[in-house]
Design a binder for this molecule. Structure first.
Ligand SMILES: Nc1ncnc2c1ncn2[C@@H]1O[C@H](COP(=O)(O)OP(=O)(O)O)[C@@H](O)[C@H]1O
Length: 346
């Protein structure tokens, strides 16, 4: 088999009989839920001043999630085959790229959040430079700039006249040789980003859960059920992250190779990998709904603020004060890692 970069996968007609029906439905549901949850999260978050790195990262996650949500309608129409091939070309060149970039920005920010929680235990009084708000803002900006600039060639090098085979345009068919090379290389880079972040999260949360256990032992708590609950909450973050993103990263490499290498004659395998990639990508996209649940609704002060907003109840005076709000937000999140007697966990 000739293993050089080539666009021979174009010859294999993509079977979209299932995907053109199932995925537009699944993404439409996701879009509605994600839009509601993230708009609400954004509205609440932007009423909280950025007084800690934690809030800075969360705000960035909300922005990335909202942007990703906004790309979903184009994906739905393009997958359903509604509109001209130009819509599919727009999806391939711009919208899908933005979708992927925001996904990896969220992944990196979730990694930074884990590191931040870990540092909060090691240095509870914020003496480390990584815990400074300014540093958090710079790191967040760096994540955006790096991901946007590295993904830009995916847009620029998708400049070939698309090969529309029976109306089904493959994004890779719009790429030049250099475009295919960048697409493949950048996908390897993204694999490193994901598995690296997962490893970082596993280390941080293992340490956090150890501290939770020690603090229970120290306080001689007899409430084993409560202890188990807190540990479970700590691992929800890593668990959800793994379940959402790992399947996609297993499927992505072989699928990318079918896009960039000579796999002519393996049309069935190409189509099977396409379905695997689309299914696991949808699973990854569900993270856009789970981020607000994990990082917003597990926070007691945030939940109170949300309840107050929804029920239009005036908040207690101390919670209205910006300093008190952010401090309490921090406290209840730290409670995920250190269940201190004065924490605000439920
Ligand atoms: N990790 C990524 N980051 C940024 N852009 C990406 C990433 N993976 C793929 N892309 C780009 O998104 C577009 C759609 O890619 P892909 O989903 O592989 O195509 P298809 O829908 O034909 O399977 C392409 O322009 C591709 O280069």
């Amino acid at each position: 088999m000739n293993n050089t970069l080539s666009n021979t996968s174009i010859k294999c007609v993509r079977d979209t009989s299932v995907t053109a029906v199932v995925f537009p439905c699944l993404y439409s549901i996701l879009f509605i839920v994600a839009l509601i949850l993230n708009s609400l999260a954004a509205w609440i978050f932007f009423n909280i001043p950025s007084t800690s790195t934690f809030v800075v990262y969360l705000k960035n996650v909300v922005v990335a999630d909202l942007l990703m949500t906004l790309t979903i309608p184009v994906r739905v129409l393009s997958d359903a085959g509604v509109g001209f091939w130009q819509l599919r070309a727009f999806h391939c060149r711009y919208s899908a790229v933005l979708f992927y970039i925001t996904m990896y920005i969220s992944i990196l920010l979730l990694g930074l959040i884990s590191l931040d929680r870990y540092l909060k235990i090691v240095k509870p009084f914020g003496k480390c430079s990584l815990q400074r708000v300014r540093v958090g803002q710079i790191l967040s900006a760096a994540v955006w700039v790096i991901m946007l600039s590295l993904a830009l060639p995916n847009v620029i090098l998708s400049d070939q006249p698309p090969a529309v085979s029976r109306g089904k345009l493959k994004c890779s068919s719009m790429k030049s040789k250099a475009g295919l090379l960048w697409h493949e290389g950048f996908n390897y880079f993204c694999q490193v980003v994901f598995w690296g972040t997962l490893a970082l999260m596993a280390v941080c949360y293992t340490f956090i859960s150890k501290k939770v256990y020690e603090s229970y032992k120290a306080s001689k708590s007899r409430s084993h059920a409560a202890s188990r609950r807190t540990k479970a909450k700590v691992f929800v973050v890593v668990g959800v992250f793994f379940i959402c993103f790992a399947p996609f990263h297993f499927a992505r490499v072989p699928y990318t190779l079918t896009q960039t290498r000579n796999t002519a004659g393996q049309c069935q395998a190409q189509n099977a990998l396409y379905i695997a990639k689309e299914t696991t990508l949808w699973l990854s996209a569900t993270n856009v709904c789970l981020d607000p649940l994990i990082y917003v609704f597990l926070c007691k002060v945030f939940r109170k603020r949300l309840t107050a907003t929804l029920c239009r109840k005036p908040l207690h005076h101390s919670m209205e004060s910006p300093t008190a709000t952010s401090t309490q937000l921090e406290m209840s999140q730290v409670a995920l890692s250190t269940r201190l007697p004065h924490n605000g966990m439920p």
